[in-house]
Design a protein around this ligand. Structure first.
Ligand SMILES: *[C@@H]1O[C@H](CO)[C@@H](O)[C@H](O)[C@H]1NC(C)=O
Ligand SMILES: *[C@@H]1O[C@H](CO)[C@@H](O)[C@H](O)[C@H]1NC(C)=O
Ligand SMILES: *[C@@H]1O[C@H](CO)[C@@H](O)[C@H](O)[C@H]1NC(C)=O
Ligand SMILES: *[C@@H]1O[C@H](CO)[C@@H](O)[C@H](O)[C@H]1NC(C)=O
Ligand SMILES: *[C@@H]1O[C@H](CO)[C@@H](O)[C@H](O)[C@H]1NC(C)=O
Ligand SMILES: CC(=O)N[C@H]1CO[C@H](CO)[C@@H](O)[C@@H]1O
Length: 605
């Protein structure tokens, strides 16, 4: 059951438990030399010399001081930006021809910067100076090609990133390879009496209802809905149920009609409503709907997987070019379809339109993913940002510690564990606060809940470099508040997070038909997403475009935030970081002053 403890934390714990289960294989697959005449499907993946250019462009498009502000890229412009150079294309075609490969059948995929072609195994062996082995896994029915390291000739190294080769269609799997998830560790919820609309925020402290939250941040009720501006919520295995939504609408949000439910974009067979696993979706919907209404909500529902990767199924489903981008999804960290007892595939690819705002309340530890996985997905978040999409991600609920604990860094130093995708610089990472009272005075502070080991996730990426838009704010923090931990405890030059923080403690929801309090950065992210969705609504009604990638604007305007300076985010046997004046790695820039944020963003061109 769900308590005030972060749901995000329990999801992450779940992931770790599952990957441990998944590793031992009962039977080892049969291996033999591959038949040279077998035709395989190969792709050459180009280096992307223009990635830096893409980042520069994003920073212009999302900078109100630039002429390019708001000039989002359409599909074709994105394709051109990510396409390999003419020279790279020509050199690769010559290389293929030199190995006797028929290039008439080769297909260039510009936005995924790859060229795909059929070839025989002998041709590929000649091309890459290697030998292939074919293995057949009787358990999953999958055939797999393996080889010793392949060689990319001198002169092509600057053009070709790597080459992938896949065997033909897999044989039907004959055994299940999906394990049932275990129940996440949980905290008993605190059952509360129904509360009424307060006039005094003190009455909210034990149970932040939608009207309390609107009062706290000064958010008026929504009145009009611009077309095509539903708010997107990322779903993962867990699903909502209608009875809880109706219970909540009836008790706290009477202006939302009974029966109101999100549109569900089902991805790879995942559906909603459906069985509750960890109560995340019900929380997300009850945080977002009361703020965005009469705007609608769209859930992008992806299936739970036991692999550790999150996000790629959604990204594939909203961008056909991502499906094969940079070598495609990771066969270890992502699910490959068909899957026994599940989606018979192929994986959805470009099936849905993405919404203007997407909120994500799930996050694995960056350290449990490969650097390539993190970079590939982070580039895709950049592509969405270039299209004008705002992505909000929960920063984690266990301070500097991450979901699966700390790492042993170089020299035996215990190092902090950042969460992804919040550690990607092209999303807005959202931390959590709570409201303390001193007499009648409400003060928002960083969430500090030792009983549930719940602290606002924050820190520094070990993979993604620190973006320009936050360098000054981060340097200012360290100039006065360097915690002076041993070298290697965290990476000062990495992307720093969170960017913002807002209420994530004692929020009221209906869960399994009980009124309980919940929380987490996973409550704060959809709440902030809902505010941005409301702001987009006004912009669209005024004939403007959605606000798009936020971070640069936010760091330019710390005045639209309530600076949060109390509490820290412990973990890994340390006190973590201290919240402080200005940006900090606990609460970012602080919590939004909604009217000021709204005025700022609505009035931008
Ligand atoms: C709010 O709290 C005050 C005391 O803090 C109390 O007098 C008042 O009755 C409460 N109002 C509601 C609506 O519960
Ligand atoms: C949340 O509610 C509990 C009682 O259920 C209370 O003890 C705690 O102080 C509250 N936390 C905050 C931050 O208001
Ligand atoms: C996506 O949006 C385009 C217009 O921008 C529309 O023509 C198309 O029908 C939409 N597709 C889906 C699946 O909603
Ligand atoms: C509470 O408010 C009083 C009066 O304004 C002040 O003296 C005191 O320091 C405050 N306490 C805390 C913990 O902020
Ligand atoms: C620190 O981060 C930078 C930028 O992402 C990276 O280049 C460097 O390798 C990282 N160092 C360590 C020790 O992780
Ligand atoms: C592109 C798109 O989704 N267009 C829709 C915008 O909203 C109007 C009104 O709801 C629809 O009719 C369009 O199809």
């Amino acid at each position: 059951m769900l308590g005030q403890r972060s749901i995000l934390a329990s999801c992450v714990a779940l992931l770790g438990a599952q990957s441990a289960l998944a590793s031992p294989q009962p039977e080892s697959p049969a291996v033999g030399p591959a038949d040279g005449s077998t035709v395989v499907h190969a792709s050459v993946i180009f280096h992307q010399p223009r990635l830096e250019e893409a980042e520069t462009l994003l920073l212009e498009i999302s900078n109100p001081q630039s002429d390019k502000f708001g000039q989002y890229l359409d599909r074709q412009a994105l394709e051109e930006l990510f396409a390999p150079s003419e020279e790279s294309q020509r050199k690769v075609l010559e290389w293929l021809e030199s190995a006797g490969i028929e290039t008439k059948q080769a297909r260039l995929r510009k936005a995924s910067a790859s060229i795909e072609f059929p070839a025989t195994i002998s041709q590929m062996e000649g091309l890459l100076k290697t030998e292939y082995q074919m293995s057949h896994d009787s358990r999953t029915g999958k055939r797999q090609l393996t080889s010793s390291a392949h060689i990319i000739p001198k002169g092509l190294e600057d053009h070709v990133h790597f080459v992938t080769v896949t065997a033909g269609a897999p044989v039907e799997p004959n055994k299940p390879n999906l394990k049932r998830r275990s129940q996440p560790s949980a905290v008993s919820p605190l059952a509360l009496r129904d509360t009424h609309t307060p006039t005094d925020l003190r009455n909210c402290s034990l149970s932040w209802t939608p009207s309390c939250i609107r009062d706290l941040y000064g958010i008026p009720l929504g009145t009009e809905a611009a077309p095509n501006n539903s708010m997107g919520i990322f779903g993962y295995g867990d699903a909502y149920n209608q009875a809880d939504l109706d219970n909540f609408w009836g008790k706290y949000v009477e202006f939302i009609p009974q029966g109101t439910a999100p549109t569900v974009n089902s991805i790879n067979g995942a559906t909603a409503p459906g069985p509750r696993v960890d109560g995340e979706q019900i929380l997300d919907l009850q945080m977002a709907y009361p703020i965005v209404w009469p705007q609608e909500v769209v859930v992008f529902q992806t299936p739970y997987n036991n692999r550790g990767g999150i996000g790629n199924a959604f990204l594939d489903a909203v961008d056909a070019e991502y499906c094969t981008f940079d070598g495609g999804d990771d066969p270890v960290l992502d699910v490959t379809y068909p899957i026994f007892g599940g989606w018979q595939g192929p994986a959805m690819c470009g099936t849905y339109n993405v919404t203007n705002v997407v909120s994500i309340s799930y996050a694995p530890d960056e350290k449990d993913l490969t650097p390539h996985y993190v970079q590939r997905q982070c580039t895709e978040w950049m592509k969405l940002a270039l299209r004008g999409v705002t992505v909000l991600v929960a920063s984690g609920d266990t301070g500097v510690q991450g979901g699966m604990g700390c790492m042993l860094g170089p020299g035996g130093v215990t190092s902090f564990s950042p969460l992804f995708p919040g550690s990607c610089p092209y999303v807005t990472a959202v931390g959590a606060t709570q409201v303390d009272f001193n007499g009648s005075e409400a003060q928002e502070v960083a969430v500090y809940d030792p009983k549930h080991n719940f602290y606002s996730g924050g820190g520094f990426s070990n993979v993604n470099a620190q973006p320009a838009y936050q360098k000054e704010a981060v340097a200012k923090y360290f100039s006065a508040h360097d915690p002076k931990y041993p070298e290697g405890t965290y990476n000062k030059s990495g992307r720093a997070f969170p960017d913002v923080a807002l209420l994530g403690a004692n929020v009221t929801i209906s869960d399994r038909m009980e009124i309980v309090v919940s929380g987490g950065t996973s409550a704060a992210a959809p709440l902030f997403g809902a505010m941005i969705n409301r702001i987009n609504d006004e912009r669209l009604l005024a004939g403007k475009k959605p606000i798009g990638f936020l971070n640069q604007i936010l760091y330019q305007h710390p005045e639209v935030f309530t600076d949060i300076t109390v509490n820290n985010n412990p973990g890994c046997g340390t006190e973590g970081f201290q919240a402080a004046e200005g940006w900090d790695p606990v609460t970012g820039l602080g919590s939004p002053k909604f009217p000021a944020l709204r005025d700022l963003l609505v009035n931008l061109p």
